[in-house]
Design a binder for this molecule. Sequence first.
Ligand SMILES: NC(=O)c1ccc[n+]([C@@H]2O[C@H](COP(=O)([O-])OP(=O)(O)OC[C@H]3O[C@@H](n4cnc5c(N)ncnc54)[C@H](OP(=O)(O)O)[C@@H]3O)[C@@H](O)[C@H]2O)c1
Length: 423
Amino acid sequence: MSQPQTVKIGLLGFGNIGAGLVDLIQQNRQAYLQRTGLDLDVTIALVRDLSKSRLYGGVELTTNPSDIYQFRHVDIVVELMGGLEPARTLVLECLRRGKHVVTANKSLLAWHGKEIFRTAARLKRSVGFEASVCGGIPLIRVLNSGLIANEIDLIYGIVNGTTNYILSKMHQDRLGYKQALAEAQEAGFAEPNPHNDVSGIDAAEKLAVLAGLAFGVDVLPNQIPCQGIERLTLEDIRSAEEMGYVIKMLAYGKQSGRSLDLRVQPTLIPNSHPLANVANENNAVFIHGSAVSDMMLYGKGAGRYPTASAVLSDIVEIARSGFVPSRINDNQYISKLTTQKSRFYIRIDIPDRPGAIGKITTHFGKHKISISHAAADLVKRTGSRGRVTILTHDVSEKRLQKALSEIEQWPDLHSHPLAIRVF
Ligand SMILES: NC(=O)c1ccc[n+]([C@@H]2O[C@H](COP(=O)([O-])OP(=O)(O)OC[C@H]3O[C@@H](n4cnc5c(N)ncnc54)[C@H](OP(=O)(O)O)[C@@H]3O)[C@@H](O)[C@H]2O)c1
């Protein structure tokens, strides 16, 4: 074996994922050396609080960021602190100081990727970000190199483990939304403040990164139409099941000619679709490429070791290859209401009165929206609350939104109508 190449690694952040990375390297250093010819060594880590007890030792700790980028012997800096600032400033400074960077931070890339990739390209430094989307699934490498021969026209999937866990609990254990969320928090799959996950922001940030790779567009997360899961009830889950579907939170991107449709939303998936069986915290992504046709990647989208595994793969690739240019996208994405048609599940909460279902179907008829299934649950529940659920035939989102916006003006409505796309 030729002389091993030592790779000195500095961490910006030594929390959950940082600990996983250090543990993997300390446990398997010899095995990695044999496999890669690289002697990986995490030497220094930036933290906020020096007095906090750490799971793994053998790493010098500092609260001074310049110790990381001024450290002569650090070859690769791994950003594992999360958030936008100071992560953005520190990553840019590391690149300027000649370091290659690996990051697991999808928010940073979704909002500031262009600036970071441009800076890296100018300075001939690499930015690895395999861990930023779908944790342990090597999705970024598949898009960046494995499928380089393909035009990708479709990419969609379950990219947020928290919402998939909550929806799985609602389906499998018949829990209401709040109960399922509390269980996800207890199991460590949801943050104490779950807003970014349940509202779809996290998935939109991941989709922004994926859309850059798959479609070559420069898109910010707030340009992606986004619908959360907070309004879903156990009754929606049951109604979907009765119609032969499960509800999944999907990140979806489809290119048709010059039009690109990006969205994050709960979606009714037919029971026969492979995504219907992706349960709990797992992730799965479907890709259609012009040469390979369909493929699906499945696995753990988060967690200490799956994410550290992805970080480590970037470190090895950069240590082997040096400068690997990142893709920079100049095509701006313009979001618009799609003219593409699909079926929709609609729930309208209205008072328990005779003729309620007729009023709704007549209204939809007036808007030329045909209905394939309608059910009324006008049994007396709280007060005189009732509920009508409808499955439409194919309709454009524009037409449906118009019909629903008029229903919203009805004085007797209990809440805004809920519309969920059918895959
Ligand atoms: N957790 C996952 O499953 C997962 C999956 C995929 C991607 N990621 C991404 O991986 C990154 C790290 O996640 P994590 O779960 O490891 O986070 P974490 O446990 O909260 O760790 C963050 C680390 O960064 C340090 N830090 C934060 N702000 C700092 C500041 N201003 N100055 C100095 N140090 C600072 C913290 O220091 P102290 O320890 O002193 O507080 C801590 O060591 C995030 O971008 C996250 O989105 C996480």
